[in-house]
Every structure is written in C-alpha cells, then in structure tokens.
Design a protein around this ligand. Structure first.
Ligand code: GLN
Length: 232
C-alpha cells in the first residue's frame, strides 16, 4: 500500500517556451501541459510547483531527484522507459519537418543531402532527424530551446527543423514562426507524464485517475479547445 498523493506537493519540471504546451499567456505560465496538470491536481487534491527547466533539464531534474515529474509533451519511448515510469498517454503526436517560409528549394528529405538541420537536444524529433540524416546524408545541430532551433532555420544556417507537429502548426498559425511544413507528419510516440523509474507511484496513479475524471467531465476537451480550437 503506497501513501496517497492527496495533500502532497509535487515539483513538476517543464520545458521553456514550447507553445501550445507551455508558454506565457497574459503574463502567466499556461499551456496544455500546465492547465492539464493543474486540473488533475485539483481533481485529486494534490498541489504542484512548476519548475521551468527546459526539456533536457526537466528530464535531468527528475533523474537527480530535484523534481518529482516531467510534464513537457514528453514522448513515451522504449528508451525512456528504462529510466522513467509513465502515466497513461494524454496526447497523440507526430514529428514534422519545417523550412523557412521563403525557401522553395527543400520539399523532401532527399533535398537535405549535404545540409545541416536543427532540432531540440534530447527530443524524439532530434533522434528521428539523426536517423533520417544517416539515410539521406545530412547532419543535425541540437539546441536547448525550440525558439533557437527554429531561429537557426530563419537565419539561414539550418535548412530545416524537426519538431512535434502541434508546436510547428501552432507557431505557424499564430504567425510567430516564419516557417512552413513541407512533408507529412511522421508517426511518433504519445505524450505522458514521466516520473523516475520506481518512484512516485502514487503521483502516477493519481494522475491516471485524475486524467480519467477530467476526460469524463469535459475539462480535458475544454483545455484542448482553448489552445487548439477554432478561436484559440
Ligand atoms: N515530444 C518530444 C519528446 O519527448 C519533444 C518534447 C519537448 O520538446 N518538450 O522528445
């Protein structure tokens, strides 16, 4: 019998700006991940302290015991399951490639031969780009923040960037990134909350229970609509 999550305060590590999952809105840290963990915490009667550490930093903080969980659009991968336990999945994602809006020379992976692309260090998108690069003869430069990875493309250093499609789509739709997607989405892993393997089982159980409840009571859909809906 593990002790329950109710009444506890958990430190949740998240990424820096990675809209629409975590970013500042009206001067406050918001986004799908933030609103969802807050809704689940409220439903299950625990408290959260959010630590903005960057993706790599968030994973490291959980492994070193400085944070209890990662909530950062973290893909549930076989590799990570060696060192993390995951909640049930809460969002299905995919990886996509984007190029500068005014670039008409890159329309396929073959066009990347001999070039450099960018991706965020430690992500599934980075690993995907590296594997693809071996096949098509291009290299990958890693960045800690998505904005720097995207900026390297608009600056003309990298020919393309690889990231999860909802982030690219949101940035493009809101006019915040001068990029365009030119290839189809590639299947990737779903997102889950990650805790250090063998630890915080009660938090993971409470998350799963709370996720079920917020899906049933419509809160989950309302959060998605708030960020991905027609008037988001
Ligand atoms: N979903 C991707 C991964 O887990 C990227 C997450 C992120 O950049 N915050 O690798």
């Amino acid at each position: 019998q593990t002790k329950g999550a109710e009444g506890q305060t958990y430190t949740i590590a998240t990424d820096t700006t990675w809209a629409p999952f975590e970013f500042q809105r009206d001067g406050e840290l918001r986004g799908i991940d933030i609103d969802l963990i807050n809704a689940i915490a409220e439903d299950q009667g625990f408290d959260v302290e959010i630590d903005v550490l960057g993706f790599d930093g968030a994973l490291a903080a959980v492994q070193s015991g400085q944070a209890d969980a990662v909530m950062a659009g973290m893909s549930i991968t076989k590799e990570r399951e060696k060192t993390f336990d995951f909640s049930n999945p809460y969002f299905d994602s995919g990886i996509q490639m984007a190029v500068a809006q005014n670039d008409d020379t890159i329309a396929s992976y073959e066009d990347l031969a001999g070039k450099t692309v960018s991706a965020k260090t430690g992500t599934e998108g980075f690993a995907f780009a590296e594997t693809l690069g071996e096949e098509h003869g291009f290299t990958v430069t890693g960045f800690q923040d998505a904005s720097d990875a995207y900026g390297d493309v608009t600056a003309g250093n990298s020919a393309a960037v690889f990231d999860d499609y909802p982030i690219l789509a949101y940035g493009i739709a809101t006019g915040n990134v001068a990029l365009k997607t030119v290839t189809d989405q590639e299947k990737a892993s779903s997102y889950g909350m990650g805790v250090k393997k063998g630890e915080n089982a009660e938090l993971r159980e409470a998350f799963n229970e709370g996720l079920k409840n917020v899906i049933e009571n419509g809160t989950y859909q309302a959060i998605l609509d708030d960020y991905l809906g027609a008037d988001a």
